[in-house]
Design a protein around this ligand. Sequence first.
Ligand SMILES: C[S@@+](CC[C@H](N)C(=O)[O-])C[C@H]1O[C@@H](n2cnc3c(N)ncnc32)[C@H](O)[C@@H]1O
Length: 241
Amino acid sequence: MTANISYEINNKDPEDKKRFIRRMFDSIVPTYDLLNHVLSFGADIFWRKNIFRHINEIKGSPAIDICCGTGDLSLLLYKKGAKVVSLDFSLNMLKKGMTKNALRGQSVSADACLMPFKSNTFTLATIAFGIRNLPDIDNFIQDVFRVLAPGGQLGILELVRPKNKIIGKIHSYYLGAILPLVGGVVSGRMLAYRYLAKTINTFVDQSDLKIMLERYGFKRVVFYPQTFGVATIVVCEKEAL
Ligand SMILES: C[S@@+](CC[C@H](N)C(=O)[O-])C[C@H]1O[C@@H](n2cnc3c(N)ncnc32)[C@H](O)[C@@H]1O
């Protein structure tokens, strides 16, 4: 099992990685929500809500929640009055989101990097804890830029490495020892939680992410660090015509 996982992670083909990632998320659905709250000490709930402090009013406008998982952010968008589309490639995640009544708009099973929507469709696109799971971030940025309407915004929430050295040491220990242990014991999927911790360590630097977003046309890229810098909200725009 370990050999298989390390093969999948190190494999250079993004499609192979995606198959591995989809199967992994399919397998952790039963305890996914609980572990999110436990492992972040409940902060994930506030971080998702904080996105709305930094984006434009969304009432009545089309919004897409990409990598929606079980739909916690989709539900917030719905409650803010957006016309929500929720997209994820894990069918088990989408099913759980429907069962708990979080996915109240259209739900779509598709790859975040090849979205089945016309160009210039959405006023807002969000992605919470999803972007670091994409092996081909460039494709994602290009596709999300394409589906956003001119003047539309992209809101990213992601777990990152804190810049402060002392917090960074505590964070590393937490990611290396505590998160896989607690996640593994509760979910029965230790390797999945080891993998998820590893993706935080290997995710692109924030400065590189900014460069990538700008390279594909996004303007006004602003970072809003959350809780000692262990998470960040990024908001950027597709220029209005
Ligand atoms: C950590 S979960 C985040 C779920 C949710 N946004 C939240 O706030 O809890 C990441 C989600 O991204 C989805 N995902 C990962 N890669 C994807 C891809 N290439 N296309 C679509 N969904 C993807 C997974 O299936 C999983 O549901």
